[in-house]
Write a new protein. Structure first.
Length: 184
């Protein structure tokens, strides 16, 4: 069985008004599907109740991977494969030459962390070069803040609520969720 609901788009002119409206919307138990803003709004993620990102953990792991990759590459190239004597430095073990490789170790750590973190961000966010924009109102990339809310019933009451919390414009459309199946 499909579920009917209303997709409500509340537009706001100011980011502070939007932040207060998000808090009031969460307190009123409405389901916020998405918020579109032309620039990052500080505190919006906490107000929406989003979990903290784990991309910093991924960046650390990518940096460690880059560090050990650089160690393996420099050990193989400069100690095992083709040992050379630069400025009288001994080339018998990696530990004796490690200080000469500090720049390479650092650069490979940063290279791996930066590039793999960007790739992970794009994959996690599903941002592909050919992806079309998903913002429902074009002005949300210029100067308008838009909150998308799913309302199960009584859309008129929800419109009045969003007007009372500072929305400059509220529009809604009826949607049908075909993926919601009844298990009886």
């Amino acid at each position: 069985m499909s579920r009917k609901y209303f997709q409500l788009l509340a537009s706001f002119e100011d980011d502070e008004v939007l932040l207060d409206a998000v808090k009031a919307t969460k307190e009123a138990s409405y389901n916020i599907a998405e918020v579109y803003t032309p620039f990052p709004v500080h505190g919006l993620d906490k107000a929406m109740g989003l979990k903290p990102t784990r991309i910093a953990i991924a960046a650390f792991l990518y940096g460690v991977t880059g560090f050990f990759t650089a160690m393996l590459i420099t050990n193989y190239m400069m100690i095992v494969d083709w040992p050379q004597n630069f400025g009288g430095k001994p080339n018998f073990t990696y530990a004796e030459n490690m200080l000469a490789f500090v720049t390479i170790l650092f650069e490979m750590t940063v290279f791996f962390a930066a590039h793999l973190m960007v790739i992970t961000f794009y994959m996690r966010s599903r941002l592909w070069p050919w992806k079309q924009a998903e913002n429902p109102i074009a002005r949300s990339t210029d100067d308008l803040f838009v909150m998308e809310v799913e309302v199960d019933q009584n859309a008129d009451k929800a419109v009045d609520f969003f007007k009372s919390v500072g929305a400059s414009e509220v529009t809604f459309t009826e949607k049908v969720d075909e993926n919601d199946f009844d298990t009886h």
